[in-house]
Design a protein around this ligand. Sequence first.
Ligand code: SF4
Ligand code: SF4
Length: 523
Amino acid sequence: FIGLSHMPALTSVFRDMTSIRFEHPQWIPENCTACGDCWTVCPDTAIPGLVNDVSEVLDTVVKHLQKAGHKLEHLPKAARQLESKLRAIFDEAGDKGAVRPMISEGIAKTIKDSSLDDDQKQVLRKEFKLFEAALGDFQFALSRPYYSVPEGKQKNSGGLLSITVNPYTCKGCMECVAVCDDDALRKVTQSEESIKGLKQDWDFWLELPTTPQKFIRVDNLEERIGALETILLDKNVYGALASGDGACVGCSEKTVLHLFVATMEALMQPRVEKHVEYLNDLIQRLEKHIQIKLVENVDVSDTDAMAKVVQEMSNSDLTLSGIAGRMEKLQGTKPIDQEWLRRATQLLAKLKNLRWKYTTGTTGRGRSSMGWLNATGCTSVWGSTYPFNPYPFPWANHLFQDSASMAMGIFEGHMAKMADGFRTIRLAELELEGKYNPAEHDPYFTYFNWHQFTDEEWLLCPPVVAVGGDGAMYDIGFQNVSRALSSGKPVKIVVVDTQVYSNTGGQACTSGFIGQISDMAQY
Ligand code: SF4
Ligand code: SF4
């Protein structure tokens, strides 16, 4: 990797920021209003909000114990009884109160009301002790947006909010504490004990499933309708930038870039899911279409011939090829159009390969949601502090100023690949509709490119993004930006404008105010 100047994706997950901070935030769940400001502002993706159904939380603990080798006799069943006890306790509490004491109360009630005999209750008591130990100090909140409002609409639909500090990426900037107006996050001095607690909570967070879609209160992300901070409750969306990189403590440009990549991830995920469903359907229809066409020469309505064939084959297995062979002998045969068969089966193979690229691909994670060209500057320095790469998608840096030009070139190559996929889909659709006409369609698809994409196809194209600071984009790099703008190529350009040259000490730049004093332009 060093020789090629490459860094594998997401290597920053192996970094640990514990030793660079002296303090970390502590969540006070009973004060939390679930406003989402803390997990939105955190530059280091280190304080994710998560909402889980009560059953998901209980199942996670049971599975954790089973995975650890505990043989649980009564707990899996008792967890269901605990869930209904907890719902009743939560309903009484409304959207306030510390959840952990309520869980202990629910456990006591479940054991007391259990129909098990005394010996069995003793075993259950021990199993619940393991349950509470596995949960450790992990905290939950009953919040208005995620518990009482959904409960008001539909019984048993409210979820538990958790806000957990990632001890491996938190740099201790305390921005989360600063934005919390409800005294629900406090700064605490880090100690051996607190690090142990953070790590135990984080391990449990990793085991919890992601937030169910029903809690992501966005009706239409494409139309920007809904509570946008709730998209960050999805673990994949929140983790679209992994952190563990070399950015300064409290780096605000990282917050901005995190929100940008998270939004792209949230937009792309449902589009790709829908597209994969469509591909599945198209593959099934094309397979059936080929099968039907292959056997359509056999006239099954000729009942006399069919009865004769069945009679002839009465002493052997009745197979499709056997029937077809005999029917052809009786009725005469019409050769299969080899050109059609070659084209149709190739289309089928290409569709399956396309589906594989979306769902699995060479990385095992399917297709990336975007590609990123970074101009040299702060963002490239912290984003590629060797060997830590915080991005789960293709990322490249070349010279100081040319990210917009690079994006244009990569866009063309990337769109040629997207065109391959859309060409295959369109040809399969024409085949199924019986409308494929080589004279008309072959020349069209030979030169098919992104200019001919439909709006729906466009939305499936992972964006190619050029990122840079004000120096790389407005000053030395403006030639590249202006060329990209005049080219009409739909690349995205993000300018992280800090109004000074931050990476080189703070010189004045185009986007600074006239007369602005900066570290290295004092007069
Ligand atoms: S202290 Fe800073 S890095 Fe840590 S969770 Fe809060 S905002 Fe994130
Ligand atoms: S901890 Fe504070 S900032 Fe975070 S969601 Fe709760 S109330 Fe909002």
